[in-house]
Design a protein around this ligand. Sequence first.
Ligand SMILES: Nc1ncnc2c1ncn2[C@@H]1O[C@H](COP(=O)(O)OP(=O)(O)OP(=O)(O)O)[C@@H](O)[C@H]1O
Ligand SMILES: C[C@@](O)(CCOP(=O)(O)O)CC(=O)O
Length: 208
Amino acid sequence: MWNTTMTSTQARIILLFSGKRKSGKDYVTDVIQKRLTAEMCCILRLSAPLKQQYAKDHSLDYEELLGSGQYKESYRADMICWGEMKRQQDSGFFCRLAIKHATQPIWIISDCRRMSDVQWFHEEFPDRCICVRVEASEQTRSQRGWRYATGIDDAESECGLDEGVKFDFIIRNDGADDVLEKQLEDLLSLIKSREEESNTLHNIKPEK
Ligand SMILES: Nc1ncnc2c1ncn2[C@@H]1O[C@H](COP(=O)(O)OP(=O)(O)OP(=O)(O)O)[C@@H](O)[C@H]1O
Ligand SMILES: C[C@@](O)(CCOP(=O)(O)O)CC(=O)O
């Protein structure tokens, strides 16, 4: 199905995922990666280099910070402040670190949160980005463990992409497997058609 003859290690397609806490970004992106295969598609988290350095500086468990449990939530507010300090110096700081070792032709950035994240990818990789929003109701998110927290749910980390972004695709992830499945099929078709366009462009030989 996919063309695996890559001539460069740079991504042909970049899926920029965003969504509120417990909307299911990790769940959905895991399914998509499985469908595309790990050979073709990697999941990159902007928060991974952030959590790694934060864990090191604060003697914390990096793996737990990567998970979806209470451990991460108890450090979230402080991690946000810490990350924002770094971003003020260089807004592309975590974006560059996150993509550093990626070799697959399709990248999933699973946790865009700020306009500067989306802008950075669009500027670095024009015409390759697909912006995807994952949405779930507050009721569903609560069932998954979400509790509203002032200073987090009303701050840029959660609301930075609520307005001003034109999403190419919105996934409703409220738990009905068949509804999610249909949306995933549609997104995979969009990725496939972008892949074909991109292959066509890459295969055009320059005129002599
Ligand atoms: N469609 C689904 N079917 C079953 N379980 C789901 C579904 N979507 C999400 N979940 C579960 O809900 C929980 C939260 O999902 P997930 O960690 O993917 O959300 P997130 O948006 O990445 O959250 P975070 O705010 O921690 O970044 C996880 O336990 C996940 O397995
Ligand atoms: C600190 C932070 O990166 C935590 C993200 O955790 P997660 O994507 O919800 O697993 C959020 C942020 O950068 O604002």
